[in-house]
Design a protein around this ligand. Structure first.
Ligand code: UD2
Length: 352
């Protein structure tokens, strides 16, 4: 015989559990993926959906139905002269290893925005016109692109006609008497830009030197969680010869037997949340060093190299993605996509 008292107790408990379950589901549905989650308002409850959103761009690659493209092969590749994967299994991007039609077919429907930052402080404003004009021709053509120009001379920002979906944003920054400070402070300003202006962490960002021009496609093949570019000056060298910071007292220190590649300070990128972490860490370490009167050998580039050694990039771009105009092309460089122009340091820098 069922006792009436215990039956009532069971029914009341079931009712309470049901109400609790409903409240719980409602509170989760308020943090649906559509909600605008910024890095500043990520709480433990919505952190998961923000991370999944960002990651899904990286892991969920959907090709358009019936897209026609060349058959891929795992036994014959067009590049046998270079290494195309790191020991931690990240692709190294060279001309010939990727299919631009297929990659654009996968990434264009994702409706992502590519953000680029470029600093043109003091005399470096003179490089901005060519940078912007050539970016129009080669940098993520057909994608939504937002270029943030940081300058102390907003009136000298050139007028460049931009295609639909592409925008230029100008941010005022103070000038400085030291080029080292201008270069290094970029990490702080990139960190703040991401925190305050770029809430959608599904998007990608590339941080680029202004004294450079595009010459060939730089597109969806370069997208990745954390993206580094191998420096054109050192990619054939032994790591003991890399210009890493060698003083153990610096937070950028890397010992002669350590490190993977020497990466450029002039081009790096990835998902917003990854680059935010990188910029925040490099800024913190640069400033902590400064309090102890240490400036790493190559300022933020040294800190970036230290960061990338520990936090391995998920995609490595070959020196096609940042060559130097004064260097003759090596045979493995089939295309130069982006390169630093020849400049007279004494003429353009505020200090020697
Ligand atoms: C290398 C790096 C650079 C940076 C630097 C170390 C490459 C190709 N370049 O170049 O990114 O890591 O070493 O600090 O990897 N800038 C101004 N106004 C100035 C000085 C600099 O706007 O007066 C900005 C500008 O965007 C420039 C960037 O800072 O492109 C780097 O300065 P740089 O080009 O003079 O540094 P460089 O050639 O030593």
């Amino acid at each position: 015989m069922i006792n009436v008292k215990s039956l009532t107790a069971v029914l009341v408990s079931a009712l309470i559990l049901g109400v609790l379950y409903l409240c719980n589901s409602l509170s989760y549905s308020r943090t649906s993926p559509q909600q605008n989650i910024t890095p500043n308002n990520i709480t433990p409850k919505n952190r998961l959906s923000a991370d999944v959103n960002a990651m899904s761009n990286e892991v969920h690659l959907v090709a358009p139905d019936h897209l026609q493209y060349e058959q891929p092969s795992i036994v014959q590749g067009s590049r046998t002269d270079v290494v195309t994967v790191t020991p931690w299994m990240a692709p190294i991007v060279w001309e010939g290893i990727f299919n631009p039609v297929l990659l654009d077919g996968i990434y264009k429907p994702k409706n992502i925005t590519i953000i680029a930052t470029v600093f043109a402080v003091g005399n470096y404003i003179r490089f901005l016109k060519k940078f912007l004009e050539t970016a129009e021709q080669h940098f993520f053509v057909g994608f939504k692109v937002h270029i943030y120009v940081f300058t102390d001379r907003p009136n000298e920002v050139p007028q460049v006609t931009m295609a639909s979906g592409r925008q230029l944003m100008v941010r005022l920054v103070p000038s400085s008497k030291r080029w080292q400070e201008i270069s290094a402070r970029r990490m702080e300003l990139i960190q703040i830009l991401i925190e305050e202006q770029l809430p959608n962490n599904r998007n990608y960002i590339f941080c680029l030197d202004v004294d450079s021009e595009f010459h060939g496609r730089w597109g969806s093949e370069s997208l990745g969680g954390l993206v580094a570019v191998t420096h054109p000056g050192y990619y054939r060298d032994a790591r003991s010869n890399f210009p890493y910071e060698r003083r153990p007292s610096s937070r950028a220190y890397i010992a002669p037997g350590e490190g993977d590649f020497y990466y450029c300070g002039g081009a790096f990128g990835g998902l917003l949340q990854e680059v935010h972490q990188l910029a925040k860490t490099c800024r913190h370490n640069f400033e902590a060093d400064a309090k102890e009167d240490i400036e790493a050998a190559w300022q933020e580039e040294s800190h970036l190299n230290r960061y990338m050694w520990i936090n391995k990039p998920s995609k490595v771009l070959s020196p096609e993605y940042l060559w130097q105009d004064f260097k003759p092309r090596n045979p493995e460089i089939h295309i130069v996509r982006f390169s630093g122009v020849v400049k007279n340091y004494a003429e353009i820098r505020p200090n020697p």
